[in-house]
Design a protein around this ligand. Structure first.
Ligand SMILES: Cc1ncc(COP(=O)(O)O)c(C=O)c1O
Length: 421
């Protein structure tokens, strides 16, 4: 990655130059700041040169409980005490407990939540969910996905990502974006798909909202209609909640927000609050379609990941995180609306819960906004990722952010973005 050098940041610049020397650019997505972070606590990050940043990213919707959260860290330590770091071909207590608790937590809202198949990353979770559906229906070759979705960069997850696929068995259906796409349009498209597929679709995979495509959150009827289509076609309905699970949309699970009961739900990112891991939760008959070893790998369901899932579930319950999100999302929406009113270069604000997209006029402005936010004041700023879909800034603070911090972030942004013409 070509090092970005900031004025008065000798330590950060030195780290960025070394990163440029030893790490190829393909390792990360492009960001205009390349923030060199040395410490994180709560909803704040500190750079190597002492800049304090309020985090508007949660990593990449991963550290939902913020950083070094005291109850989370305490419980994580307790749950993983004594167990080996890798639990391959072992039955460990954290793995059993995390699986049981995920099923219990989800089954209250969706009776299809019966078992858990673990994975090491979101895209691997998607891949495993798809394998299960394909093994359950070996006679059905077609894979349906929503156009413009993001499910990962690897294997089958990549095949069902985007607008076109190298996999001849993939068919895309429309997702409501800006242009009017009514229930009638959707009905027509699904009827045409049925006519083409004739019962040959093994699965349909969708995201609750299109995050990477630039934050498009569909009307409530959309997912219900897809679910109905899956029931009629006997296709497995897979909901990719890798980035939207665990409170992000204002409910514990995004399928609650959208009023559906998927056959399989893929969880990732915030699931373990920073420990790498993902899980597919769903119907036992579908997950059971894989035989011994067909869904196994070295780093799935490590005791550390599963302990982190248990610790995160503790914090959600004991600190009533979802109730907090319902309040905090109002502050967030209000703050973003005020920014939009003040700065004409913010063309649209789209989102729900604690995940929003700010669409800027163009890519250059969007990148400038990220950079100006970073250096809002001499030693303070707000941390964003590089823009999505060229010109959309994602706003996804830790779910536990309090009013004071959020107000401070908005004050910093108002100052910083006033410098943009
Ligand atoms: C909705 C969704 N699915 C899948 C993935 C892939 O997850 P991972 O990067 O952990 O493989 C992502 C990652 O951003 C995502 O947002």
């Amino acid at each position: 990655m070509a090092a970005i050098l900031h004025d008065n940041e000798p330590k950060g610049n030195a780290l960025r130059v070394l990163a440029d020397r030893y790490i190829p650019r393909g390792q990360s997505t492009r960001t205009p700041t390349q923030a060199a972070v040395v410490r994180a606590k709560g909803c704040r990050l500190w750079t190597a040169d002492g800049r304090k940043l309020i985090d508007f990213t949660s990593g990449v919707l991963v550290s939902n409980l913020g950083y070094a959260h005291s109850l989370f860290e305490k419980r994580l330590k307790a749950y993983r005490r004594g167990v080996p770091r890798n639990g391959y071909n072992m039955v460990t207590e954290p793995m059993v407990e995390a699986s049981r608790r995920l099923v219990v937590s989800m089954a209250r809202r969706n009776p299809n939540a019966q078992q858990v198949l673990w994975a090491a990353s979101g895209s691997e979770g998607v891949q495993k969910a798809m394998w299960c559906a394909m093994h359950l229906h070996p006679e059905k070759p077609l894979l349906i996905a929503t156009r413009g979705g993001f499910h990962g960069k690897k294997g089958l997850a990549a095949d069902v990502t985007g607008e076109t696929s190298p996999n001849p068995n993939v068919r895309f259906i429309s997702f409501p974006l800006d242009a009017p796409f009514t229930e009638k349009d959707c009905e027509r498209e699904l009827a045409a798909l049925s006519a083409e597929c004739g019962g040959r679709a093994a699965l349909l995979i969708t995201e609750p909202y299109l995050g990477a495509r630039g934050s498009y959150h569909p009307p409530k009827w959309y997912h219900a209609m897809l679910q109905e289509w899956c029931r009629a076609e006997n296709a497995v309905f897979i909901f990719d909640e890798v980035q939207s699970c665990f409170g992000r949309t204002g409910n514990m699970y995004a399928f609650e927000t959208y009023g559906v009961r998927p056959d399989l739900v893929v969880l990732g990112k915030g699931l373990a609050n920073g420990e790498p891991g993902a899980a597919v939760v769903g119907r036992a008959d579908v997950l059971g379609a894989l035989d011994y070893g067909e869904g196994s790998d070295t780093y799935s369901a490590t005791p550390g990941t599963c302990a982190a899932v248990c610790a995160a579930l503790d914090v959600f319950r004991e600190e009533r995180v979802v109730d907090h999100v319902k309040k905090a999302s109002k502050w967030l929406r209000g703050g973003l609306a005020r920014l939009q009113k003040r700065f004409p270069f913010i063309r649209a604000v789209r989102g729900e819960g604690m995940v929003y997209g700010l669409e800027m006029t163009d890519a250059e402005t969007a990148n400038r906004c990220v950079l100006e936010a970073y250096r809002a004041r001499e030693k303070k700023g707000v941390h964003f990722l590089g823009p999505l879909a060229q010109k959309v800034l994602r706003v996804s603070p830790p779910l536990v952010m309090d009013r004071e911090e959020m107000d401070e972030a908005f004050a910093l942004l108002a100052e910083a973005w006033a410098r943009i013409g």
